[in-house]
Ligand binder design. Sequence first.
Ligand code: NAP
Ligand code: ZN
Length: 352
Amino acid sequence: MFNSKAYAAASATSPLADTTIARRDPTEHDVQIEILFCGICHSDLHSVRNEWSEFMPTVYPIVPGHEIVGRVTITGSAVTKYKTGDLVAVGCLVDSDRTCPQCKAGLENFCPELRFTFNSPDKYLGGMTYGGYSDSIVVDEHFVLRVPSNLDLAGAAPLLCAGITTYSPMRHWGVKKGKKVGVVGLGGLGHMAVKIAHALGAYVVVFTTSPNKKEDALRLGADEVVVSRNADEMKKHAGSFEFILDTVSAAHDINAYINLLGVDGNLTIVGVLPKPLEVAAFGLISGRRTLSGSFIGGLRETQEMLDFCGTHNITADVEVIPIQKVNEAYERLLKSDVKYRFAIDMASLRTE
Ligand code: NAP
Ligand code: ZN
């Protein structure tokens, strides 16, 4: 075991504060990584504040962070994919059983034994796993990804969650040239969805509650922007979408979006709302529309997404902050006041 610097919350109402955590010494299949940047996902905030207590209660202290990029410092004796000095990334998953049908199909994200980067039982040290708001992490090489060398590292970090969570359902539902695609909510996930859908060749319409994001949405690759509180603007698109991705993090009316789908259209939810949504049957049955969910992505697809982003030169638009500003960043995230993802520069933790 060795000590790592980190930021942790001691309870649902405590701010994140500096602390020291234990990391395991790398085993033969492990890679030890010096963390350079870690994105701030809304899931970090949901977890720190125990907003998913019914489904996934938070165990304190919690060290969040699952949008990690860094440099390999040590490799275990059996590691074959990485060497010291490589630029690598870690997303939401750090373990799975590797034998179930989902794991065999490259869908580790649906393994019954999956372990998250933070707030999952740690089979090596006991206690819970600790995430990327830290200066280092030790991860089995199977769960480590390669970062394309042309990508800015701070902007690449959010690809590990916001990128794959939006790429995966768009691939699954066949987003491509000739398809009309809606993106609801222009936050961390939403702005990645716009960039990726645009790169896949789709016609992209953004739905936002923030009129001041209109110009940005167009710059990011949207073909049209609708202010969702304007009923007339919404009506113009009734029955016209093949696919809509809903990335909103708070309670809202999804029936308004179901009604925008065409025949056989699909609305996929990725926002993890703490409370159940109300769905009107009428909206689904008229048009044989479907409502579904999607949850990050498997390792193979995550690497595919990173390579796709490398080819298309796609990174997140980030505001880089020192870790000492993380609590302020959480308050701003709640007000949708970030364009469009915070990335923590972990050098700020090393000098603390
Ligand atoms: P975020 O950056 O805070 O973005 C959420 C966006 O939703 C906001 O920017 C805002 O966009 C819109 N919004 C917020 N409150 C709203 C309200 N009351 N009504 C309507 N729109 C509202 O969050 P994020 O990091 O992108 O995460 C989004 C959600 O996805 C979170 O719930 C997160 O936990 C979840 N998530 C899920 C997965 C998965 O695998 N399924 C993975 C990662 C994250 P506008 O200003 O444009 O309206
Ligand atoms: Zn996330």
